[in-house]
Design a protein around this ligand. Structure first.
Ligand code: GLN
Length: 230
């Protein structure tokens, strides 16, 4: 269609390693639920996207500085973020879980006393860990991406990490030597975020999401990465 030339391009920041939502595949291409969703929505609503895998915290900072138009990065909808940004309708349910070394001895939050816990900069799970660390007597150390955070636990430098349940479960299902302890805290949903001057982008995202849910494309995208029940 000739209108294609006139389509607006939005710059969208994302995380670097947050499978199944965004990750580099074997061909070093960024794939995942978030990327397929935003691309399908762009197609439906007639806009273009330029994806920037900046890392989670860097992406959120860039959005705050209005250097990019939006963020799709398994980003939890929180009241604080709804103040700073425009956030879309929820598109995926999540919650925060604690994970420990698969062969380790940590069985509950109480076992974290005096220990070091790995968290990821700028995330809701880091915020959660920091909110309970005095009560349970642990300290936190921050990492900029999920993989480095997991490695710190696997090598035994940290006793545990806090991560989003669907992401942690996916990693474990794919061979990560960690296990989840307890039930998810802070249950909520992921949303797409745009800077406050991008109301039109959020409107398009919500409209597109609704269409993808109605026509089965949303389910197909989820199935592409999670298959049956994984
Ligand atoms: N859902 C979490 C948050 O929004 C983590 C996101 C991420 O690490 N990409 O803070």
């Amino acid at each position: 269609k000739s209108v294609a030339a006139a389509q607006k391009t939005y710059t969208i920041g994302t995380d670097v390693t947050f499978a199944p939502f965004e990750f580099a595949n074997q061909d070093n291409k960024y794939v995942g639920i978030d990327l397929d969703l935003i691309k399908a929505i762009a197609k439906t609503e007639g806009f273009k996207v330029e994806i920037k895998p900046l890392g989670f915290n860097a992406a959120v900072q860039a959005l705050e500085a209005k250097q990019i138009d939006g963020v799709i990065a398994g980003m939890s909808i929180t009241p604080e973020r709804q103040q700073k940004f425009l956030m879309s309708d929820p598109y995926y349910k999540s919650g925060v879980v604690m994970a420990v070394a698969k062969k380790g001895t940590i069985k509950s939050l109480k076992d974290l006393r005096g220990k070091r816990v790995a968290v990821k900069t700028g995330t809701d799970s880091a915020d959660y860990a920091n909110s309970i660390k005095d009560k349970y007597g642990f300290s936190t150390v921050t990492f900029d991406d999920s993989n480095n955070m997991y490695q710190d636990v696997i090598t035994g430098n940290s006793a545990a990490c806090f991560e989003d349940q669907p992401v942690m479960q996916y990693g474990i299902n794919n061979g990560m030597a960690l296990k989840i302890i307890g039930k998810p805290a802070r249950e909520g949903s992921y949303g797409f975020a745009a800077s406050k001057n991008n109301r039109a982008l959020i409107t398009k995202f919500n409209a597109g999401l609704k269409k993808l849910r109605a026509n089965g494309q949303y389910d197909k995208i989820i199935e592409r990465y999670l298959g049956n029940g994984s």
